[in-house]
Design a protein around this ligand. Structure first.
Ligand code: NAI
Ligand code: MG
Length: 352
């Protein structure tokens, strides 16, 4: 019997609403596996914690989370009360401290849903964007000078390391073995000839080590266009931090929208716990109404089980989601009338 210890960090807004459904579905899927037991510990962090303690997480929150096998995050943020850079800061720290350098976001259109792209269906829209999550354009590296004067200027310098680029590409190649055997690396090396040519060089070095995978390079602008006209030509898309951020929003909308889009922050070596979360945020506009779509959170839970080597349980969840969507069950974001809990129950009924 394997017991997986999972830290549930529901967070703010719709985070707790969708995480509750994800935990119900995960527990049901685990019960059907004879050797698997899930043990959830809910961490009451976020804006309510801040109201009592003056901070969103305890001081030693990293050491609290460290012993868990994985983290299931809902969403954080409540901009009316606290600026986002404060509420979201613990997430940034978790990603960095636990070296969660691979951010994986599948863009899979489930059967029963209509894409925003005319003439493209589930057979065409099924790729994964793998975003470098630890360096690149998003390192906190720069400054502003001569503030408030006509000569004011800002400098922000990206950092791309050989180690960082190589490890995300290797992870992408491995993943491509299970997905269309195709890897597309996205940069902008025609315009930025230092950092992104390093990416080009490393891809050229690695490609011969994966002769079973077709690899190619695309510039980010062209890739955005190609994802819209030929989504079927993508398998695994590996991109730097900034470009991955842009392309995952595009992938999300192609695959049916925010209510459905799951993601991971993965430490592939498993030296630390990885974190699994819906792409969406805390959605203050619908929080407390019980109408958020829990599918993104539920599918994030399936990715958690995959990462922890329980693909059968993960597959049960994905199949249940597929059957649920195919049956026409829908929350308001998908044009339906189901509540969050009803949608969770619909999925639960299909977990067999
Ligand atoms: P959001 O993703 O929370 O909401 C955008 C729009 O999508 C809203 O109209 C919302 O109602 C809708 N939506 C989102 N998830 C939905 C779901 N599951 N079902 C149905 N509709 C859904 O993004 P927004 O409004 O820009 O940010 C709100 C807060 O969330 C901010 O504080 C932001 O910083 C935070 N945020 C947190 C993230 C995280 O915890 N990782 C990620 C993104 C945003
Ligand atoms: Mg984004």
């Amino acid at each position: 019997m394997t017991t997986l210890k999972i830290a549930a960090y529901p967070g703010d807004g719709i985070g707790p609403e969708v995480t509750a459904e994800a935990m119900r579905v995960l527990s049901a899927a685990a019960r059907l596996e004879p050797e698997l037991h899930l043990e959830f510990t809910t961490l009451p962090w976020g804006i309510e914690y801040w109201k009592q303690h003056g901070r969103c997480v305890p001081e030693n929150f990293l050491s609290i989370v460290r012993p868990f096998d994985a983290i299931l995050l809902g969403a954080v943020g409540w901009p009316a009360l606290l600026p986002d850079h404060e509420t979201l800061w613990p997430l940034v720290q978790i990603r960095q401290a636990f070296d969660q350098y691979a951010c994986m976001r599948p863009a899979k259109l489930y059967r029963g849903l209509k894409s925003v792209l005319a003439g493209k269906g589930p057979a065409e829209i099924d790729f994964v964007v793998l975003r470098e999550n630890s360096e690149g354009e998003y390192v906190d590296n720069g400054g502003r000078l001569k503030r408030g004067t006509p000569d004011e200027f800002a400098v922000q310098t990206a950092v791309h390391t050989r180690k960082g680029v190589e490890r995300i590409l290797r992870y992408g190649f491995e993943m491509a073995r299970k997905r269309r055997k195709k890897l597309t690396m996205v940069t902008k090396s025609n315009a930025q000839r230092h950092a992104y040519v390093l990416w080009d060089d490393i891809l050229a070095e690695l490609a011969p080590q994966y002769p079973d995978i077709e690899s190619e390079r695309q510039h980010c602008d062209a890739c955005a266009m190609n994802m819209v006209r030929w989504p079927e030509k993508f398998g695994v898309v590996v991109a730097s931090n900034l470009f991955g951020d842009l392309l995952t929003d595009l992938g999300g909308v192609l695959a049916g929208g925010l209510g459905l889009a799951p993601s991971t922050n993965t430490n592939p070596e498993r030296n630390f716990p990885s974190m699994f979360e819906p792409v969406h945020g805390s959605a203050p506009d619908i929080a407390g109404k019980g109408i958020a779509n829990p599918i993104a959170a539920i599918l994030s839970g399936a990715m958690l089980l995959d990462h922890l080597d329980h693909p059968a349980a993960a597959a049960r969840i994905r199949t249940a989601v597929e059957e649920t969507l195919l049956s026409g069950a829908a929350t308001p974001d998908l044009g339906g009338k189901l509540t969050t809990e009803q949608m969770g129950s619909a999925v639960l009924a299909n977990v067999t």
